[in-house]
Design a binder for this molecule. Sequence first.
Ligand SMILES: C[S@@+](CC[C@H](N)C(=O)[O-])C[C@H]1O[C@@H](n2cnc3c(N)ncnc32)[C@H](O)[C@@H]1O
Length: 256
Amino acid sequence: MPPQPPRQRVRESFERAAASYDDAAVLQRQVCELLLAAFDPPSPPESILDAGCGTGYGSRLLRDRWPAARIIAVDFAPAMLSIARPDADLCLAADIAALPCMDACFSSWWSNLTVQWCDAGQVFREARRVLRPAGQIALSTLGPETFTELRAAFDGIDRHRHTLRFSEPADIGEGLSRAGFRDIRLHRQTIKLHYPNLKSLLRAVKDIGANTVGDGGRSGLLGRRAWQRVQEAYEQHRTDAGLPARYDVLLAYADK
Ligand SMILES: C[S@@+](CC[C@H](N)C(=O)[O-])C[C@H]1O[C@@H](n2cnc3c(N)ncnc32)[C@H](O)[C@@H]1O
């Protein structure tokens, strides 16, 4: 699994983005709905942990689908959790890699677009620990084709990292298997969102708090000429719908 940015920086970035998150989280909502559509536990879950709940969109969908389930929402950014609070029975400010929960206490473990920020192996072991025997895990994350156009536009402009290091689907499958999950089902789907220009695309990423890239990221602003070259390079991808941003969406389901 690829190394991820320092936890503290990721947390601060999401904490700052809580107020702008809902208006910008277009991809997150689409993926959440896809994740739910293919989540089919054998019986209605009694309790569901929403790991990295953000502002609570997933908790809301889970509640609509299983009104009798107890929903426990977890996020390490308190500002996100305070928005999610009405959608969950209990909110926990905690790291999903080290949950303050007893062993075997949830029937389902759910996570939408959060695992890419974490040490996935550690998160999967922790998920298995808190799941009851035969409990289900359902998660979405992003694969390596995410932001291909963005990386290509910066190619040759600078040597900095402009996106996270995303996991291969096989690594997600192996991580789940090593953590002890069985009957692992993986789905992969490309989603393209379109933006009027590069500035609005980068703004949308920042507004959801996803602008921390870890080691090798740029700390200062790009010079005016370099920025123009990046824009020109990205413009080559423009379609009638606008400038595309590609998301390589991975959905994974498994049983304990
Ligand atoms: C992209 S948002 C997704 C939020 C929500 N699941 C949704 O679909 O809208 C990722 C969320 O995960 C949280 N997060 C990231 N890493 C975490 C960790 N290790 N422990 C707890 N929360 C984490 C962030 O604070 C943020 O709210």
